[in-house]
Design a binder for this molecule. Structure first.
Ligand SMILES: NC(=O)c1ccc[n+]([C@@H]2O[C@H](COP(=O)([O-])OP(=O)(O)OC[C@H]3O[C@@H](n4cnc5c(N)ncnc54)[C@H](O)[C@@H]3O)[C@@H](O)[C@H]2O)c1
Ligand SMILES: O=C(O)[C@H](O)COP(=O)(O)O
Length: 525
């Protein structure tokens, strides 16, 4: 049973995909609620309030997935999660409309002094002349960052007769044309806009994007909005530009530190604020909670997740095509690791045929996960595989070849180190399954599953018989047996499979047989 902790008051109705699933036990409560031991939690759902730090992740050894019921993942230490092999998913579009509407509402409220006028009337006054506002109609809105929310805001602004200028270095002119907005330089937006609204993520490039220097380029009397992330507009610079009368007012839903406490901006009459409410609608909360709950359930059911931050996203179609090769690659990683039980500093995966047409980087990560499984303590998966390989000084290479060795596809893995190398090749045959067709240069053909024994021996009469006799004497049933050799009388290999693992005693007896070089056990699922 998977233990799921849904923190930050995530809407319970949206958790339905997990609540109705018999394999999940869902607890709704904060990290410190004590409802479930953090050590046992398999999945954690958060909004922006819970800070998912490296320390918190360290206190949750069973954690496999973090779901952010919203867009911004700046409250989650993605690097630490990735290192630990924890998948992070978000709900990127469930709150777009709500946040665009909130931004629009803030813009209208700012231009018409609605919060100030409201407070005035509630305090028993009726100062109509104090609250003369400005129309939105005919004004130019400058949007910085035209992603999901920026685009929705642009549509609404145009419907109100505003003109829209956009700065977004990653937006193509074609996309701007489709959206009916004018793409411009940052300086041009600063110089011409009557109102500027920021809708970028908070990155090292956008942190303080509107600062003393850039604010000085804006029109006198400009209005500013930030319903994206605190810090995109430098708060001290904004306060200064309002105090000197250059900026006419600002609407802020977000702050660098939340809650902002005793902040200079809060004492300015022309600054209107909300407590990070952009996504706080019934609709958005239902959307984002349902999206992440569905993703978490898919993850535990081994189905593709669509919105992972640290795993490649995959459609159902692609997932169905890649799944057999994913399993094959993982098994091959394990086979190579066990057969070549030595130090490795380079791993190369070569794909051909139909395997080469797939997302091979995903297959290589699966291969690494299999390779490391019995080598290191840390749980390795597709999320942290590359990181772990780098950390362990293993160079990972990926190639594509036109040579399929007569098969429709092949996955070939070569592990090398200390002047030695080992190569395994596998294929996936439709309606038949995975096969390993070559090990260390020996042609062979076996199904990679169950309890396997890889025996290197000399090709001498009686070796195979002796192995069979010892196993028979101990009542061990051989399920399958494959042999391969390069030339008569030279080196040879055997791959045997059993219904259950062999005991250490059995292995010692087999190892002591004449002409046996090495024996390695491989356990595959
Ligand atoms: N207030 C809230 O409650 C709330 C709710 C949802 C989202 N958000 C925040 O709103 C912001 C936008 O969300 P979104 O879903 O539209 O994201 P998005 O990824 O769809 O859009 C972001 C846009 O910013 C652009 N961008 C990136 N770097 C830029 C730069 N240096 N200069 C200019 N443009 C740049 C990108 O090209 C992209 O088009 C995010 O910060 C998100 O966390 C806030
Ligand atoms: O990034 C987001 O989705 C918003 O900032 C919403 O945050 P919240 O889920 O804490 O309201």
């Amino acid at each position: 049973m998977f233990q799921v902790l849904a923190a930050d008051s995530i809407k319970e109705q949206g958790l339905q995909p997990l609540l109705e699933w018999k394999q999940a036990q869902v607890y709704s409560g904060g990290i410190d609620s004590g409802l479930v031991s953090l050590e046992k939690v398999d999945a954690l759902l958060v909004r922006s309030a819970t800070k998912v730090t490296a320390e918190l992740l360290d206190s949750m050894p069973s954690l496999k997935i973090v779901g952010r019921a919203g867009v911004g993942v700046d409250n989650i230490d993605i690097t630490a999660a990735t290192k630990r092999g924890i998948v992070v998913v978000n709900a990127p579009d469930g709150n777009t409309i709500s946040t665009a509407e909130h931004t629009f509402a803030m813009m209208a409220a700012l231009m018409r002094n609605i919060p100030q006028a409201h407070a005035n009337v509630k305090s028993g006054q009726w100062n109509r002349n104090q609250f003369i506002g400005n129309e939105l109609y005919g004004k130019m809105l400058g949007i910085v960052g035209l992603g999901r929310i920026g685009s929705e805001l642009a549509k609404r602004a145009k419907a109100f007769g505003m003109s829209v200028k956009v700065y977004d270095p990653f937006l193509t002119t074609e996309r701007a044309e489709v959206l009916g907005v004018q793409l411009s330089t940052f300086d041009n937006v600063l110089q011409e806009a009557d109102i500027i609204s920021v809708h970028t993520p908070l990155t090292k490039e956008t942190n303080g994007l509107l600062n003393e220097r850039t604010l000085s380029k804006t029109k006198k009397g400009v209005y500013l909005l930030n319903c994206a992330r605190g810090g995109i507009i430098d708060e001290m610079a904004l306060a200064h530009f309002i105090e000197i009368g250059h900026v006419a007012g600002a609407a802020l839903d977000v702050f660098k530190v939340e809650p902002p406490g005793d902040h200079p901006l809060l004492s300015l009459d022309s600054v209107i604020v909300t407590p990070h409410l952009g996504a706080s609608t019934r609709e958005a909360q239902l959307n984002v909670a349902t999206q992440v709950a569905t993703e978490i359930r898919s993850f535990f059911e081994n189905k593709p997740v669509a919105n992972s931050i640290n795993l490649p996203a995959m459609s159902k179609d692609i997932y169905e095509k890649i799944q057999p090769f994913h399993q094959l690659a993982k098994q091959m990683g394990k086979i190579v690791s066990e057969c070549h039980n030595k130090g490795v500093n380079e791993l190369t995966a070569t794909y051909s045929g139909t395997a080469a047409e797939l997302e091979t980087s995903y297959l290589t990560k699966a291969l690494l996960a299999g390779f490391f499984e019995n080598r290191i303590e840390v749980k390795v998966n597709e999320v942290n595989a590359i990181h772990i390989a780098k950390e362990r000084g293993i160079m990972v290479g990926e190639k594509v070849t036109g040579n399929s060795f007569g098969y429709a596809n092949t996955v070939t893995v070569t592990a090398s180190g200390d002047g030695e190398a080992f190569t395994a090749r596998g294929t996936y045959i439709d309606h038949y399954g995975p096969r390993i067709v070559s090990l260390d240069g020996f042609n062979i053909d076996f199904h990679p599953s169950g309890n396997l024994l890889y025996i290197q021996h000399m090709d001498r009469p009686g070796v195979i018989g002796n192995v069979g006799r010892i196993l028979g004497d101990h009542d061990v049933n051989i399920a399958t047996m494959q042999v391969g050799r390069k030339e008569a009388g030279g080196e040879a290999i055997m791959v045997l499979s059993f219904d259950k693992p062999l005991s250490d005693e059995m292995l010692t007896k087999l190892e002591s047989l004449q002409d046996i070089v090495t024996i390695n056990t491989i356990t595959l699922s």
